[in-house]
Design a protein around this ligand. Structure first.
Ligand code: ADE
Length: 227
Protein backbone atom coordinates (compact mmCIF):
# COMPACT_ATOMS: atom_id res chain seq x y z
CA UNK A 1 0.00 0.00 0.00
CA UNK A 2 1.13 3.51 -0.82
CA UNK A 3 0.37 6.22 1.72
CA UNK A 4 0.93 9.86 0.83
CA UNK A 5 0.91 12.42 3.61
CA UNK A 6 0.64 16.09 2.78
CA UNK A 7 1.71 18.11 5.81
CA UNK A 8 3.56 21.17 7.04
CA UNK A 9 5.27 19.01 9.67
CA UNK A 10 6.68 15.80 8.15
CA UNK A 11 9.21 15.51 11.00
CA UNK A 12 6.35 14.77 13.41
CA UNK A 13 5.95 11.32 11.85
CA UNK A 14 9.53 10.08 12.18
CA UNK A 15 9.26 8.68 15.70
CA UNK A 16 5.93 6.93 15.28
CA UNK A 17 6.65 5.40 11.88
CA UNK A 18 10.33 4.70 12.59
CA UNK A 19 9.70 2.01 15.21
CA UNK A 20 8.24 -1.43 15.67
CA UNK A 21 5.56 -2.86 13.38
CA UNK A 22 5.13 0.12 11.05
CA UNK A 23 8.87 0.35 10.50
CA UNK A 24 8.97 -3.37 9.72
CA UNK A 25 6.09 -3.00 7.22
CA UNK A 26 8.01 -0.20 5.48
CA UNK A 27 11.30 -2.16 5.53
CA UNK A 28 9.48 -5.16 4.01
CA UNK A 29 7.95 -3.00 1.25
CA UNK A 30 4.41 -3.83 2.34
CA UNK A 31 3.89 -0.16 3.07
CA UNK A 32 5.39 2.85 1.30
CA UNK A 33 5.13 6.22 3.05
CA UNK A 34 5.66 9.39 0.98
CA UNK A 35 5.65 12.86 2.47
CA UNK A 36 4.80 16.06 0.66
CA UNK A 37 5.70 19.41 2.23
CA UNK A 38 2.59 21.54 1.82
CA UNK A 39 4.60 24.77 2.03
CA UNK A 40 6.42 23.85 -1.20
CA UNK A 41 3.10 24.42 -2.99
CA UNK A 42 2.47 27.92 -1.67
CA UNK A 43 2.10 30.51 -4.42
CA UNK A 44 3.79 33.59 -2.97
CA UNK A 45 7.47 34.10 -2.37
CA UNK A 46 6.98 34.11 1.40
CA UNK A 47 5.40 30.65 1.14
CA UNK A 48 2.20 31.55 2.99
CA UNK A 49 -0.22 28.66 3.29
CA UNK A 50 -2.77 30.40 5.50
CA UNK A 51 -4.60 33.70 5.62
CA UNK A 52 -7.17 35.52 7.76
CA UNK A 53 -10.83 34.51 7.41
CA UNK A 54 -13.23 36.47 5.20
CA UNK A 55 -15.96 37.87 7.40
CA UNK A 56 -13.56 38.37 10.29
CA UNK A 57 -12.81 36.30 13.33
CA UNK A 58 -9.79 34.97 15.15
CA UNK A 59 -7.23 32.59 13.76
CA UNK A 60 -5.95 31.73 10.35
CA UNK A 61 -7.44 29.59 7.61
CA UNK A 62 -5.56 27.20 5.34
CA UNK A 63 -5.63 28.55 1.78
CA UNK A 64 -7.06 26.38 -1.00
CA UNK A 65 -4.34 26.85 -3.65
CA UNK A 66 -1.41 25.13 -1.86
CA UNK A 67 -3.60 22.19 -0.88
CA UNK A 68 -5.08 21.70 -4.36
CA UNK A 69 -1.62 22.03 -5.93
CA UNK A 70 -0.12 19.52 -3.48
CA UNK A 71 -2.89 16.95 -4.02
CA UNK A 72 -2.66 17.37 -7.81
CA UNK A 73 1.11 16.90 -7.62
CA UNK A 74 0.68 13.65 -5.68
CA UNK A 75 -1.96 12.43 -8.13
CA UNK A 76 0.26 13.30 -11.10
CA UNK A 77 3.03 11.06 -9.76
CA UNK A 78 0.64 8.20 -8.88
CA UNK A 79 -0.38 5.28 -11.07
CA UNK A 80 -3.89 5.90 -12.51
CA UNK A 81 -4.83 2.28 -11.95
CA UNK A 82 -4.47 2.38 -8.17
CA UNK A 83 -7.62 2.31 -6.07
CA UNK A 84 -7.33 5.30 -3.78
CA UNK A 85 -8.98 7.75 -1.44
CA UNK A 86 -8.11 11.28 -0.42
CA UNK A 87 -8.74 11.58 3.31
CA UNK A 88 -8.90 14.74 5.36
CA UNK A 89 -8.70 14.11 9.12
CA UNK A 90 -11.24 16.48 10.59
CA UNK A 91 -13.19 16.62 13.85
CA UNK A 92 -16.30 17.02 11.68
CA UNK A 93 -15.79 13.67 9.95
CA UNK A 94 -17.26 10.26 10.63
CA UNK A 95 -15.67 8.72 13.74
CA UNK A 96 -12.94 6.22 12.87
CA UNK A 97 -13.64 2.55 13.61
CA UNK A 98 -11.97 -0.83 13.17
CA UNK A 99 -14.43 -1.51 10.30
CA UNK A 100 -13.19 1.66 8.56
CA UNK A 101 -9.56 0.57 9.10
CA UNK A 102 -10.34 -2.74 7.42
CA UNK A 103 -12.09 -0.98 4.52
CA UNK A 104 -9.15 1.38 3.95
CA UNK A 105 -6.65 -1.49 4.13
CA UNK A 106 -8.17 -2.84 0.89
CA UNK A 107 -7.09 0.27 -1.08
CA UNK A 108 -3.84 0.60 -3.05
CA UNK A 109 -3.24 4.22 -2.04
CA UNK A 110 -4.41 6.72 0.56
CA UNK A 111 -3.61 10.41 0.37
CA UNK A 112 -3.89 12.24 3.71
CA UNK A 113 -4.18 16.01 3.82
CA UNK A 114 -3.18 17.34 7.24
CA UNK A 115 -4.47 20.75 8.20
CA UNK A 116 -3.08 22.93 10.93
CA UNK A 117 -4.09 26.33 12.23
CA UNK A 118 -7.76 27.07 12.79
CA UNK A 119 -9.16 25.23 9.85
CA UNK A 120 -9.50 24.71 6.14
CA UNK A 121 -10.94 27.04 3.55
CA UNK A 122 -14.26 25.22 2.98
CA UNK A 123 -13.47 24.61 -0.70
CA UNK A 124 -10.64 22.25 0.30
CA UNK A 125 -13.20 19.69 1.48
CA UNK A 126 -14.21 19.11 -2.16
CA UNK A 127 -10.90 17.26 -2.56
CA UNK A 128 -11.76 14.65 0.07
CA UNK A 129 -13.37 11.29 -0.50
CA UNK A 130 -13.69 10.89 3.27
CA UNK A 131 -13.49 13.14 6.29
CA UNK A 132 -12.43 11.10 9.32
CA UNK A 133 -12.50 12.12 12.96
CA UNK A 134 -10.60 10.15 15.60
CA UNK A 135 -12.93 11.30 18.34
CA UNK A 136 -15.00 14.13 19.69
CA UNK A 137 -12.23 16.48 20.72
CA UNK A 138 -10.16 19.01 18.80
CA UNK A 139 -6.45 18.51 18.13
CA UNK A 140 -4.00 21.11 16.84
CA UNK A 141 -3.72 19.46 13.43
CA UNK A 142 -4.31 16.43 11.24
CA UNK A 143 -0.91 14.86 11.89
CA UNK A 144 -1.78 12.88 15.03
CA UNK A 145 -5.07 11.60 13.54
CA UNK A 146 -3.17 10.57 10.39
CA UNK A 147 -0.69 8.61 12.51
CA UNK A 148 -3.56 6.90 14.33
CA UNK A 149 -5.36 5.98 11.10
CA UNK A 150 -2.18 4.79 9.34
CA UNK A 151 -1.24 2.64 12.33
CA UNK A 152 -4.67 0.98 12.46
CA UNK A 153 -4.78 0.46 8.67
CA UNK A 154 -1.19 -0.81 8.32
CA UNK A 155 -1.64 -3.57 10.88
CA UNK A 156 -4.60 -4.88 8.84
CA UNK A 157 -2.42 -5.33 5.72
CA UNK A 158 -1.47 -8.91 4.87
CA UNK A 159 1.80 -10.07 6.47
CA UNK A 160 2.27 -6.97 8.63
CA UNK A 161 1.41 -8.71 11.89
CA UNK A 162 3.25 -11.90 12.74
CA UNK A 163 1.14 -14.78 14.03
CA UNK A 164 2.15 -13.74 17.55
CA UNK A 165 0.47 -10.37 16.99
CA UNK A 166 -2.54 -11.72 15.15
CA UNK A 167 -5.46 -9.38 14.52
CA UNK A 168 -7.82 -12.31 15.20
CA UNK A 169 -7.61 -11.72 18.95
CA UNK A 170 -7.99 -7.95 18.73
CA UNK A 171 -10.59 -5.99 20.51
CA UNK A 172 -13.21 -5.04 17.87
CA UNK A 173 -12.14 -7.90 15.60
CA UNK A 174 -15.71 -9.19 15.67
CA UNK A 175 -17.31 -6.07 17.07
CA UNK A 176 -16.49 -6.99 20.68
CA UNK A 177 -13.70 -6.24 23.12
CA UNK A 178 -10.92 -8.82 23.24
CA UNK A 179 -10.92 -11.58 25.86
CA UNK A 180 -8.52 -11.30 28.83
CA UNK A 181 -5.06 -12.77 28.27
CA UNK A 182 -2.62 -14.17 30.81
CA UNK A 183 1.01 -15.26 30.78
CA UNK A 184 3.50 -16.53 33.37
CA UNK A 185 3.57 -16.50 36.36
CA UNK A 186 0.45 -18.57 37.17
CA UNK A 187 0.32 -16.93 40.60
CA UNK A 188 1.12 -13.22 40.73
CA UNK A 189 0.75 -11.88 44.28
CA UNK A 190 -2.14 -14.25 44.86
CA UNK A 191 -3.88 -13.34 41.59
CA UNK A 192 -4.30 -16.66 39.81
CA UNK A 193 -4.59 -17.47 36.13
CA UNK A 194 -8.05 -19.03 35.51
CA UNK A 195 -7.81 -22.85 35.64
CA UNK A 196 -9.51 -23.34 32.29
CA UNK A 197 -6.53 -21.75 30.50
CA UNK A 198 -4.24 -24.39 32.00
CA UNK A 199 -6.61 -27.26 31.17
CA UNK A 200 -5.40 -27.90 27.63
CA UNK A 201 -9.07 -28.29 26.61
CA UNK A 202 -9.23 -26.07 23.53
CA UNK A 203 -13.00 -26.24 23.13
CA UNK A 204 -13.50 -25.17 26.76
CA UNK A 205 -10.90 -22.40 26.40
CA UNK A 206 -12.66 -21.07 23.31
CA UNK A 207 -16.03 -21.10 25.09
CA UNK A 208 -14.56 -19.32 28.13
CA UNK A 209 -12.90 -16.65 25.99
CA UNK A 210 -16.10 -15.91 24.08
CA UNK A 211 -18.08 -15.65 27.32
CA UNK A 212 -15.41 -13.37 28.84
CA UNK A 213 -15.35 -11.13 25.76
CA UNK A 214 -19.12 -10.78 25.92
CA UNK A 215 -19.12 -10.00 29.64
CA UNK A 216 -16.31 -7.44 29.27
CA UNK A 217 -18.07 -5.80 26.34
CA UNK A 218 -21.40 -5.70 28.18
CA UNK A 219 -19.77 -4.14 31.26
CA UNK A 220 -17.34 -1.69 29.68
CA UNK A 221 -18.82 -0.90 26.26
CA UNK A 222 -22.55 -1.70 26.23
CA UNK A 223 -22.86 0.59 23.18
CA UNK A 224 -20.96 -2.03 21.13
CA UNK A 225 -23.52 -4.72 22.02
CA UNK A 226 -26.38 -2.44 20.99
CA UNK A 227 -24.65 -1.88 17.65
N1 ADE B 1 -8.20 17.51 13.54
C1 ADE B 1 -8.36 18.16 14.71
N2 ADE B 1 -9.02 17.40 15.59
C2 ADE B 1 -9.28 16.21 14.96
C3 ADE B 1 -9.95 15.02 15.34
N3 ADE B 1 -10.48 14.85 16.55
N4 ADE B 1 -10.03 14.03 14.44
C4 ADE B 1 -9.51 14.18 13.21
N5 ADE B 1 -8.88 15.29 12.79
C5 ADE B 1 -8.77 16.30 13.65
Amino acid sequence: MLIDIITLFPEMFAGVFGESIIKRAVDNNILTLRFTQLRDFALDKHKHVDDSPFGGGAGMVLKPEPVYRAVRNVLAKSDDNLSRKVIIPDPGGAVFTQAKAKELAALDQIIFVCGHYEGFDARIYDLADDLISIGDYVLTGGELPTMVIVDAVARMLPNVLGSAESAQTDSFFDGMLGFPQYTRPRDFEGKLVPDVLLSGNHAEIKKWRTAQALTLTRNRRPDLIRN
